[in-house]
Ligand binder design. Structure first.
Ligand SMILES: *Cc1c(COP(=O)(O)O)cnc(C)c1O
Length: 340
């Protein structure tokens, strides 16, 4: 298989139309067999459920090339499960988890020429998405749905190493208690756009959301979970029913506990204790860990060491987790899944 003629080292995080995508439709109460297609367009009724009542959810994972030339992905079973949970919460028919994993493999394999080579730092971003496709005028779930997976090559999140970022505590809220914060729904992002554009204009990389009920507890940012290291060297992870269960965060917790022998504390984290931590970072598929150098809490600046490089404990966790992903460090059974 010949690779596409792409400048792999200079890719950003942009959508590129690749050769194949996987599509399955839900109609008359069941999912069809699904297939690969070259058609990157979706034609919908002007009254499709997704367009009016935002009945849609998505996932994000990466496929990449390891040193021995294998194309692999990381814990796709977790994405399958989470998408199924998201679908159920939005009254959409969950796509069977086994089929989800097979479809990811099928579409990555069909687009193998688009998977960046080992050593480029780039990867193939895999985006499963599901939406209500049939007409809905009164507020109700659609009767028909489409499940689709497309892929696009993306560059390394940080070119030339992770630089700590400056973030702020947000005045807007992300997810209501017992709302939809714990599922990967497009609607959770629509409401965050105004705030992220405003944050960027004012020089912040991200918004940290607090719990809307009391505005005293840390939740997460618009698209990543937050982790802390306290003075005793414990990994502290905010706990709340409206935080999206990040697969990266859950992998970090396992790595810290089982491989690095760290103590992990999952509990409510208060805004008032931000200054007590010694390290802080964001985690998600895109960057794995993105260190936070400074937080602006309404004029009070909380600093976590250097703005030049990742703090030492987060660096150790980052090196271990990315080492497992790269196949250089042995990780738990089933984390790295070979595609071809
Ligand atoms: C996708 C997402 C994350 C990160 O999850 P990963 O599975 O680690 O990629 C965190 N927070 C939100 C709100 C997300 O949508």
């Amino acid at each position: 298989m010949e690779k596409k003629n792409i400048d792999w080292g200079n890719l950003g995080f942009n959508y590129m139309v690749t050769d194949y995508r996987y599509v399955s439709n839900f109609k008359d109460g069941k999912w069809d067999n699904g297939q690969l297609t070259k058609d990157d367009k979706v034609v919908l009724s002007e009254d499709a459920g997704v367009l009016h009542y935002c009945q849609a959810c998505f996932e994000g994972l990466k496929a990449y090339t390891t040193e021995n030339g294998d194309i692999v992905c990381f814990r796709p079973d977790m994405n399958a499960k989470r998408m199924s949970d998201s679908a159920k919460r939005l009254v959409m028919p969950p796509f069977p988890e086994e089929r989800f994993i097979e479809a990811v493999k099928e579409v990555v394999k069909a687009n193998a020429a688009w998977v960046p080579p080992f050593g480029s730092g780039a990867s193939l971003y895999v985006r499963p998405v599901m939406f209500g496709s049939s007409p809905v005028i009164g507020v109700a779930p659609a009767e028909e749905y489409q499940f689709r997976i497309f892929v696009t090559p993306v560059g390394p999140y940080f070119k030339g190493g992770a630089k700590p970022i400056f973030v702020r505590i947000s005045d807007f809220d992300r997810a209501a208690p017992r709302g939809t914060g714990d599922i990967k729904a497009g609607l959770n992002y629509a409401m965050s756009l105004y705030n992220i554009v405003d944050a960027h204009e004012k020089g912040y990389a991200e918004n940290i959301y607090v719990d809307p009920a009391t505005r005293t507890k840390i939740e997460e940012t618009g698209g990543a979970n937050i982790i802390f290291i306290d003075k005793e060297g414990n990994l502290v992870v905010p706990k709340s029913g409206s935080i999206l269960p990040s697969i990266t965060r859950r992998s970090i917790v396992a790595v810290a506990k089982d491989i690095l022998g760290m103590n992990v504390i999952e509990r409510e984290v208060f805004v008032s204790e931000l200054g007590d931590f010694v390290e802080c970072g964001l985690c998600g598929t895109a960057a794995v860990i993105s260190p936070i150098g400074k937080i602006d809490n309404h004029g009070e600046i909380i600093e976590y060491g250097s703005m030049d490089k990742m703090s030492p404990t987060l660096q150790k966790i980052y090196d271990t987790l990315t080492g497992i992903q790269a196949g250089k460090i042995e990780g738990p059974e089933g984390w790295v899944v070979k595609i071809c």
